[in-house]
Design a protein around this ligand. Structure first.
Ligand code: ATR
Length: 279
C-alpha cells in the first residue's frame, strides 16, 4: 500500500488524515495517510526516514514549510513564488516540492463559495508566509485590483516588489492598514496570524462593498475575531478557511494519485464535526 504523511509540529489535531482517508475511500485508492510529529530540529531526518521506509509523498505544515522548500531537490514554479512547500512527492531521483495552499484558497473561493475574483476588488491582509503563499494564485485570477495591507508596511512593500512582475492588468498596491482609507472591497481575505492569537486587526469599518465576502484563512470552532468584526461591519458573507484546507488537500491528492477527488462531501462532513464540537 502506498504511504503518505503529514509532517509537522504539532500535528495531533490535524484534519488531514481524515480528509485523505475520505478521498482514498471515494476514489477507491489503496493508500495510507498518517500524521507524523517531527522534532523541531528533526524535519530533514523525519523526511529521510519516511522516504526510506517507502513513503511516496508528504504534506508539510507548521513550522516546516520553509525547511521543506530547502530540502526539495526540484521545485514547481508556484512553490518558488510562494517561497514555501506544503507538498512533497518522492520519486526515485527527486524530492519534488510544490505548494497547493494558494490554489486551495482560489478553488474554495471560486467553486465552493461561488466568489470568483476576476475583475473584483480584493484586500489581502498580512505579509507573512501565509500571504506570500497565496499571492501568485490570487493574482492569476486577474482581480481588477489587489491591495496588500500589513501591520508592518515594510513587509508589505517587500512582497509588493517581489510580485510586481506577475500582476498583469491587476492594479496592485501595498501599504499599512491606515492606507486602506475609504476604499471598498468585494473580498477581504485575512492571511495574518492575528486570529491565532485571538487578536483583532485595526481596519476601517467601511471596507466591505455590497455583497462582499470576508474570508479568514484560519478555522476553528466559532468566529475568529476577524469574522466577528466582519459580521458587525457589514460583510454580506463570512467564511473561515476550512474549505481552503480541504481544497489544498484535494490538490495534493491529485498531484500524487493523478485523479481529483470530490471535495464537497468531505467539506460538509468536516463542517458537521465542527458544528458538533461547537455545541
Ligand atoms: P504566517 O506564516 O502565519 O504568515 P508570519 O510569517 O509570522 O506567519 O506572519 C504573520 C502575519 O500576521 C504578519 O503579516 C503579521 O504582521 P507583521 O508583519 O506586522 O508582524 C501579521 N499579524 C500577526 N499578528 C497581528 C495582529 N495582531 N494584527 C495585525 N497583523 C498581525
Amino acid at each position: 500500500m502506498d504511504c503518505y504523511a503529514l509532517i509537522g509540529h504539532p500535528v495531533e489535531h490535524s484534519h488531514s488524515p481524515f480528509i485523505h482517508a475520505e478521498f482514498a475511500r471515494q476514489t477507491r485508492q489503496a493508500l495510507s495517510y498518517r500524521a507524523m510529529l517531527a522534532p523541531l530540529d528533526g524535519f530533514p531526518n523525519a523526511v529521510r526516514m519516511f522516504r526510506a521506509a517507502g513513503g511516496r509523498g508528504a504534506n508539510v505544515t507548521v513550522p516546516f514549510k520553509l525547511e521543506a522548500y530547502s530540502l526539495a531537490t526540484c521545485l514547481t514554479e508556484r512553490a518558488k513564488l510562494a517561497g514555501a512547500v506544503n507538498t512533497l512527492t518522492f520519486t526515485d531521483e527527486a524530492i519534488v516540492g510544490d505548494n497547493t495552499d494558494g490554489i486551495g484558497l482560489v478553488r474554495d473561493l471560486a467553486i465552493n463559495l461561488s466568489c470568483p475574483l476576476a475583475a473584483r476588488h480584493v484586500l489581502l491582509l498580512g505579509a507573512g508566509g501565509a500571504a506570500r503563499g497565496v499571492l501568485f494564485p490570487l493574482l492569476q485570477t486577474r482581480p481588477a485590483s489587489l491591495m496588500l495591507a500589513n501591520r508592518s508596511i515594510g513587509r508589505a512593500r517587500e512582497l509588493h516588489a517581489a510580485f510586481a512582475p506577475h500582476v498583469g492588468q491587476t492594479a496592485f498596491a501595498a501599504g499599512g492598514f491606515q492606507d486602506i482609507g475609504g476604499r471598498k472591497f468585494d473580498a477581504v481575505i485575512n492571511a495574518t496570524s492575528a486570529s491565532l492569537a485571538n487578536e483583532s486587526i485595526p481596519l476601517p469599518d467601511s471596507v466591505f462593498a455590497p455583497d462582499a465576502l470576508a474570508y479568514d484563512m484560519m478555522y476553528g470552532a466559532g468566529d475568529t475575531p476577524f469574522m466577528a468584526w466582519a459580521r458587525k461591519t457589514g460583510a454580506a458573507r463570512i467564511q473561515d478557511g476550512l474549505g481552503m484546507l480541504v481544497e489544498q488537500a484535494a490538490e495534493s491528492f491529485a498531484l500524487w494519485r493523478g485523479m481529483r477527488p470530490d471535495s464537497a462531501p468531505v467539506l460538509s462532513m468536516l463542517r458537521g464535526k465542527q458544528q458538533a464540537s461547537h455545541r
